[in-house]
Design a protein. Structure first.
Length: 153
């Protein structure tokens, strides 16, 4: 089976503050921001790629109640995620690191030779958003960007 990640939902205290962070600092374009501001959409999102977005879901009681009402999702509102990872080109990786520094966002260490979905990334780092969601950023070398199939364990 070949599948693609459609979206990730992050629980946030202030969706507009988070939208500003992901747009201005991380560099991801907004999705449904105006519709959220006018009350037409229950949450804003940011676009990661043509095929995937991050939803910025408010932790407010109404949003949590709506999520808990979804069949099979009862009791999951506000459930924490360890981290999400954004893979990008080397130039974008370096530019993100500069924007994080310019906005006083801590990046304590850069890891080397980190394994991921497309193989080994030469460098990666972690940072947190305004709601303490952990985000990993990484880049892959072009020649190594396709992971060779690994035997099942």
């Amino acid at each position: 089976m070949e599948a693609k990640l459609d979206h990730v939902v992050l629980w946030v205290a202030d969706p507009l503050r988070s939208l500003d962070f992901y747009q201005r600092v991380v560099g991801l374009p907004p999705v449904r921001a105006d519709a959220f501001r006018t009350g037409e959409a229950p949450f804003p999102s940011v676009r990661v790629s043509t095929e995937s977005i991050i939803d910025l879901m408010p932790r407010a009681a109404a949003a949590a109640a709506a999520v808990n009402a979804v069949p099979g999702a009862g009791g999951t509102a506000g459930h924490p995620v360890n981290h999400i990872c954004l893979a990008m080109g080397r130039e974008e990786f370096d530019a993100l690191r500069r924007r994080l520094a310019d906005n006083a966002v801590s990046v304590p260490v850069t890891m080397e030779q980190s394994f991921g979905a497309r193989g080994i990334a030469p460098r990666a780092f972690y940072f947190t958003d305004p709601d303490n969601n952990v985000i990993e950023a990484r880049y892959y070398d072009q020649a190594d960007s396709v992971m060779r199939r690994q035997p099942s364990e």
